[in-house]
Design a protein around this ligand. Sequence first.
Ligand code: NAD
Length: 477
Amino acid sequence: MSTIINSSPGTATAATNGLSPIAKSLQNQREFFKSGTSKDADFRLTQLKKLRAAIVKYEKKIMTALKADLNKPAFEAYGTEVGFVLGELDHTIKHVKKWMRPNKVKTALFHAIGSSRIQHDPYGAVLIIAPWNYPFQLLIAPLIGAISAGNTVVLKPSELAPHTSDVCVEMIKETFDEHYIDIFEGGVPVSQELLAQKWDYIFFTGSTAVGKIVYQAAAKHLTPVTLELGGKSPCIVDKDTDIKVTAQRIAWGKLLNAGQTCIAPDYLLVQEEVKDELIEQLKKSIKKFYGKNPMKSKNYCRIISSKHLERLGALLENTNVVHGGEIDAETKYISPTLIDGVTDNDPVMQSEIFGPILPIMTYRNINEAIDYVNSHPKPLALYVFTKNKKLSKKVLKETSSGGACVNDTISHIASTEMPFGGVGASGMGGYHGKFSFEAFSHAKSVMERSQMIDPPLRYAPYRMNLGTLKFLLKRLM
Ligand code: NAD
């Protein structure tokens, strides 16, 4: 186990009694969990309320940090981060006691006299690792689930959003007993040291490549995981659609957070006949949202780092840019960009774009679009724009994706009633609302039997013939 020497709170630094701060923190968490405190219903509720009050107190600081990290406009910072998390919290505070109640289920006559129930147990000490693109939401939303399910938690915010990371450390340290909820800032080495420990559950949000590293680390201890990963989310546009509304909704979903959204439409598959009209409407929407020069817009985010900006810039080389394409390295700005005439072999189609670049490809028949999607890794989201219900049903039936929207982008994430998560390369497991509680709980099947009667039928030496056994199993199960 590595021992890193240094000091500031919230970082994996000074060694404590021979144990690294991370190992010591986990030890503290295990002791705290053993005390049973985190399992208590009133305790969970109190902590959720404390978290709520802390977020309200820190709202300004969080918004300022998001502005510093990503130039997030207040509307986006509140709508997609602070407000989003408060909505999840309110829903959880309202329902957590109900979710905790064991669910009674039917008991087979065979098991009379008895009762059966599903009891949700917390896993224990859980680790939550977050990315930088929604650095507040993606750290705190899983935390709500972990608290509601009765776990202790160690958080690891992203080092690439340092201002938000610092505010989260301050807020968490001020609000919670560190033996119950702790937080470690830092990059890959800190993350790796955290992953080297034996956790009872790991909740990871980030890239598919790092997701594989997390999964391998978890496998060593058979630790269960939720992996919220990324990928290329397709957006299919049928000719039978309101092009103006379609363009607006695509431009909004693509350009929110300057395209740095895991479920942003990554690329377009447009029916040939409407491509030109769609491009025109997309250009109009971009102008309407951000003015003639988006660089001057207060509503447009910046790219998280120079490295990511360079990566995005390289994707534009030798392409047919029909709108945008301007880059300013100093301010990490890249304008909303449309690329036409894209093929599957182009660099822009080789990996998740994660920026404000929208490649446009065409299809003639919907089967071509479906085949294209199915010949690539399963996406986190899939979007289809059409007024033709039969067509949207066909697309949803014949493709597999973490989630989907018909005639919109992004919106399916903002529901406490539906699980949000990926499938295949885009991840495993889901959360939000009750699904967060379930993600951080083990559903334990409990059967309770009376001692009043104890028919000898099941005991050896077996006396019942198979015919009777088959009859009884059919009737009494
Ligand atoms: P990332 O995978 O590079 O980093 C995520 C976290 O893992 C960070 O905290 C980082 O410190 C840590 N990390 C990085 N490299 C590591 C390594 N080698 N070993 C151990 N830990 C490591 O992802 P990112 O760049 O922060 O975020 C962008 C990605 O996240 C995109 O692919 C995006 O689609 C995905 N994402 C998914 C969701 C979702 O809900 N499914 C949400 C947001 C982002």
